[in-house]
Design a protein around this ligand. Structure first.
Ligand code: SF4
Length: 607
């Protein structure tokens, strides 16, 4: 069977073709025009390795699992959901689900269980850019598109090794570099991306906020800001400047351990380029100062009027459908169509759309996943249902997380056996990319229809069907009358009508297609309370540390390696975890520590 689908790995959202047992790039897809990196090429080889095939159950976690049928699984779930208090239930979902899956799960939890106890693994990577985008622009839709790369003459990569993590997009940037565009990389590590740059600012890890504040300081002092743009479209400029004057380049140079002249070069790039795109990723996001780091970078664009034809800030998403999840409001505060549970109008609209009584959806956001882990340890949350993600190795403070996973009644719904399964009571097998149909949204807002090219393995089902089945078992059948994923899409798209992410006129037949105009804020009217974009003061907080350990990604692996780690070809040369020295640390001490850590990492990997 041949089919078109979106790559199940990074957020570039490349279009792929499956035919004759081989994967290749889709020449007609606007995200990649046929280009593709190595990872998805081995997808057919790995997709069936280590799969969950049947529902399995054990009441006692010390006992082995026994196979059960779906009817028994639904009955076990019914009993748990009805015997426990609603606030004692929690759901943890994923940016790797399709939009239809996310929508049905969110509807079931927020609408029909009447709780907001749901969060997504986007909390780990995209929570800070989402907050920063919303604070700056009023929505978290990326302002530009990949097409903007093709006529930009300057690129900044901040905390992003895009050459490895978003390779197809990076190749598009390199094409521009070969035509004369400038590339600056801000990263404590000499990455492959940095090795291709015109300028690598190898700052001390965790000091990005100070660096960006200093660039704003120079832009302001040198009069390189766009006053007219600020007067017409921006507020908060004075407050942001009041903070940035604490970071003259001589001061920032010491904080960041970089040359003053490099800070100036960066400021000149923001001041004088024709069109500049700032890409960033997890080095900025996954930090206790992540929101400030995002805002400080966005400030540079607002101060220089660098939006639309002059450039844009562009956060790179790590998962294939984190964007679709955000459109469907899958975090603990969201509702479909970029709505929020805290907004009464939003709640009322969604309640009426779902046929629920007014007041059913709670106004209070649920706990985030990290807060929920604490509540599990306190015994307040007793039931956790994990869908398509692996909290047993991805959440911070794993010792604590594992204790929490041991304590709760744990449901793991996944295509593969992963580390979380060993803590589970109930395992639910799901269909994998290619075994189900649905939509995903890539980093630049392009929706792609993922077609089916094989039948689900064993007794696996698409995630939305599992929740539909349970909803029927609980007596909600008239609200979940979907025959196929297209029915789900036709329903969910109505909830976007008139919203920023309006896809109400789309159908499966017209995809791939991007929502919003090319430039999301083409008219420079922002969905904020007064229509203006907002700059924010971004104080830098020094965190003294002898060693700073930061994580990175290897070239051919993706996330927790559930699939890519099963390919010998992709593992070649990257079999073991390794550490790189960032800069200016005590080598000998670091070496000893490095060996120790290396052993620990290898041990973790083997056990
Ligand atoms: Fe997949 Fe990302 Fe590679 Fe494109 S760049 S093929 S989306 S992993």
């Amino acid at each position: 069977m041949s089919a078109k689908f979106q790559c199940p790995y990074c957020g570039v959202g490349c279009g792929l073709l499956m035919g004759g047992g081989r994967v290749r790039g889709d020449k007609d897809h606007p995200a990649n025009f046929g280009d593709v990196c190595k990872k998805p090429l081995y997808y057919p080889k790995v997709m069936n390795k280590g799969r969950l095939l049947k529902p399995m159950y054990r009441e006692d976690k010390k006992e082995p699992f026994v196979e059960i049928d779906w009817g028994t699984a639904y009955e076990i779930l019914r009993q748990k959901l009805t015997e426990l208090e609603r606030e004692g239930l929690y759901f943890y979902v994923s940016g790797q689900l399709m939009t239809e899956d996310i929508y049905v799960i969110n509807k079931f939890v927020k609408g029909f269980l009447g709780i907001n106890n749901i969060d997504a693994n986007s909390r780990l990577c995209m929570a800070t850019p989402v907050v920063a985008y919303k604070l700056a622009f009023g929505s978290d839709g990326p302002p530009c598109t990949y097409e903007d790369v093709d006529d930009a003459d300057a690129f900044v990569f901040a905390g992003s090794n895009a050459a490895w993590t978003h390779p197809v997009l990076f190749k598009r940037v390199l094409k521009r570099k070969n035509e004369g565009a400038k590339v600056v990389v801000i990263d404590p590590i000499r990455t492959e991306t940095a090795s291709k740059a015109d300028l690598h600012i190898q700052l001390r890890a965790g000091t990005d906020v100070a660096l960006f504040n200093s660039v704003l300081y120079i832009l302001y002092r040198e009069g390189w800001i766009d006053k007219q743009f600020i007067e017409q479209y921006v507020e908060g400029f004075e407050d942001a400047i009041a903070e940035c004057i604490n970071y003259p380049p001589e001061v920032a140079s010491k904080i960041c351990d970089v040359e003053v002249r490099d800070i100036y070069k960066l400021a000149e790039l923001y001041a004088f380029s024709k069109k500049l795109i700032s890409f960033w990723c997890q080095d900025l996001n996954q930090s206790s100062q992540g929101t400030y780091a995002n805002l400080a970078l966005i400030n540079l664009h607002l101060a220089t009027g660098r939006l639309n034809d002059k450039g844009c800030p562009f956060s790179l998403t790590g998962q294939p459908n984190a964007m679709g999840g955000r459109e469907m409001g899958y975090l603990s505060n969201g509702l479909p169509g970029y709505r929020d549970v805290r907004n009464e109008e939003d709640r009322t609209f969604v309640e009426s759309f779902w046929g629920l009584e007014k007041g059913t959806i709670k106004a209070q956001p649920g706990p985030t996943i990290t807060e929920a882990i604490d509540l599990m340890l306190y015994g307040k949350i007793k039931f956790l249902w994990v869908v398509c993600t692996n909290p047993a190795i991805t959440l911070p403070n794993l010792n604590k997380v594992k204790k929490a996973l041991e304590k709760v009644f744990l449901v793991v719904q996944d295509a593969y056996w992963n580390e979380a399964c060993s803590f589970a009571n109930l395992l639910l097998p799901t269909a994998q990319m290619g075994e189900k149909e649905g939509v995903m949204t890539g980093s630049d807002r392009t929706l792609t229809l993922c077609q089916k090219f094989s039948e689900p393995l064993g007794f696996a089902k698409p995630d939305w069907q599992i929740f539909k089945g349970l909803a029927h078992h609980l007596g909600f059948e008239k609200y979940f009358l979907y025959e196929n994923s297209k029915n789900v899409f036709e329903e969910l798209k109505e909830l976007t009508k008139g919203r920023l992410c309006d896809i109400s006129s789309y159908s499966y037949d017209v995809l791939p297609k991007r929502w919003g105009r090319g430039w999301l804020y083409w008219d420079l009217k922002f969905p904020t309370d007064n229509g203006r974009a907002k700059m924010h003061p971004t104080p830098y907080k020094h965190r003294p540390a002898k060693f700073i350990l930061i994580t990175d990604r290897t070239k051919n692996q993706w996330h927790t390696m559930t699939r890519t780690g099963k390919s010998e070809e992709l593992l070649k040369g990257e079999e073991e975890p390794f550490m790189l020295r960032a800069k200016r640390m005590l080598w000998r001490l670091e070496f000893q520590r490095m060996m120790w850590l290396r052993l620990v990492l290898i041990k973790e990997r083997c056990s």
